[in-house]
Design a protein around this ligand. Structure first.
Ligand code: SF4
Length: 321
């Protein structure tokens, strides 16, 4: 598809107790119409900061973000941008106004756009139906909804203004596992029906495998691997990606019997980024050069992008699902 989002040389630095903390340390990324790009990484990897920068909620320190040619941080384009780009967050109850009935909450983006009352009513009914909630839900208040219902309402609201891009920020993290599966399959159906583009922020690789078409792995504010879904799950090239995948839960192997790659060292902190490859203190295959030279994100002949001096040198344990 056409390129919808471009991110160029993006950095975001916070000041903390006289230190400068880089949440994003130079990110380049494109998002094409119709794809689902998953941003994956531990907390502190920068994935949420990157998503919030694309949403215009965080202003970059340097570099550039464009969504359909627009700067998301530019206040002048706010209404048009709201039409084009919506978000669904982790905590559905927290993102719904407790005093607003469902119908009003879902219609809110349309009010901002100046859509007339009759059209709003029809649109609200259409999107509640699209997320498989009966019309009886329209008069309820958020506290009368289950977590799964509330998240469907949040998705309906995101759909109301017919956006091109929806940023899904850990949309299933607060839901029961059985509900998670339903929400993921709903999101997949909606994408197919409506030609949506998703940016899917998640630490849940099971959900990522279900929904994503492309994966971008982040570590300490940098992209360390970008790959199509099937290639990534079949053969991740960055040692950090391999470690993440080897930790996936197995259903067919007794607990404790599956091989795992256990990372040495402390979890990463943006307050203390190691020199050279930021992953080297935890990397099972690090060599001398890794301690001094930062590996750039580079793309091989097969189109796989990896920031590693020795991509592919850590094999996936053979019983990884
Ligand atoms: Fe490991 Fe070196 Fe690759 Fe970093 S550059 S991931 S330390 S092998």
């Amino acid at each position: 598809g056409d390129v919808l989002v471009t991110v160029r040389a993006l950095t975001k630095t916070y000041r903390s107790a006289r230190r400068r903390v880089a949440a994003l340390a130079g990110v380049d990324l494109d998002l094409s119409t119709g794809e689902t790009l998953a941003l994956v990484g531990e907390s502190g990897s920068g994935k949420t900061t990157l998503a919030h920068t694309i949403l215009g909620l965080v202003a970059p320190t340097s570099g550039e973000v464009r969504v359909a040619g627009d700067d998301p941080a530019d206040r002048r384009g706010r209404v048009r941008r709201e039409q084009r780009m919506q978000a669904v967050f982790q905590d559905p109850h927290g993102s719904l106004d407790p005093r607003m009935r469902v119908a009003a909450a879902v219609a809110e983006p349309l009010v901002n756009l100046g859509t007339g009352r009759e059209e709003r009513r029809a649109r609200v009914a259409e999107v509640l139906d699209a997320v498989r909630l009966g019309s009886g839900i329209a008069d309820r208040y958020p506290h009368e909804l289950s977590g799964g219902q509330a998240q469907r309402v949040a998705i309906a609201r995101a759909l109301a203004a017919d956006p091109e891009l929806i940023v899904l920020d850990e949309p299933t993290a607060s839901l029961d596992v059985s509900i998670q599966t339903h929400v993921i399959s709903l999101l997949r159906d909606l994408q197919r029906e409506r030609g949506l583009t998703y940016l899917f922020v998640s630490h849940d690789l099971v959900a990522v495998r279900e929904l994503a078409t492309r994966i971008a792995v982040m570590y300490l504010g940098r992209l360390v691997e970008v790959a199509d879904r099937d290639a990534f799950f079949a053969q991740p090239l960055h040692p950090y990606s391999v470690a993440l995948l080897s930790a996936l839960p197995r259903v067919d192997v007794p607990a404790g019997r599956a091989e795992r790659i256990v990372l040495a060292g402390d979890p990463p902190s943006a307050l203390d980024v190691p020199p050279g490859c930021p992953f080297h203190p935890r990397c099972p295959v690090a060599q001398d050069i890794c301690r001094t030279a930062v590996p750039p994100l580079s793309t091989d002949a097969a189109g796989r992008s990896t920031a590693c001096h020795f991509p592919g040198s850590l094999p996936l344990p053979k019983d990884t699902p």
